[in-house]
Design a protein around this ligand. Sequence first.
Ligand SMILES: CSCC[C@H](NC=O)C(=O)O
Length: 105
Amino acid sequence: MRFLGDPGLRAPCAEVTAFDADLALLIEDMYATMYAAHGVGLAANQIGVGLRVFVFDCPDDEDHRHLGHVVNPRLAEADGVTVRGPEGCLSLPGIEAGTPATTVR
Ligand SMILES: CSCC[C@H](NC=O)C(=O)O
């Protein structure tokens, strides 16, 4: 796990261009790391890999589970519904802050 101060957490991540066995292994590693840390989401740069990939496994407000991984995410549109709530980060252990989040399509 990379923590606050690691330059890799501030650097732009590269686009994934090879959808191959190495990418599958990376994603498996990310799930394992996220579960070991009792997290609900994890980005590749948090484990030192500067690629645009994240995994998630979290409930919504109605306790429905959402599990998946996203490669080369791009924010296309936000529908304007913004909620603010406490949010933490596995790379900043012990810190939590009120963070606005906007739902997206
Ligand atoms: C709200 S997104 C997830 C935040 C955090 N994951 C990465 O740092 C975690 O607690 O799993």
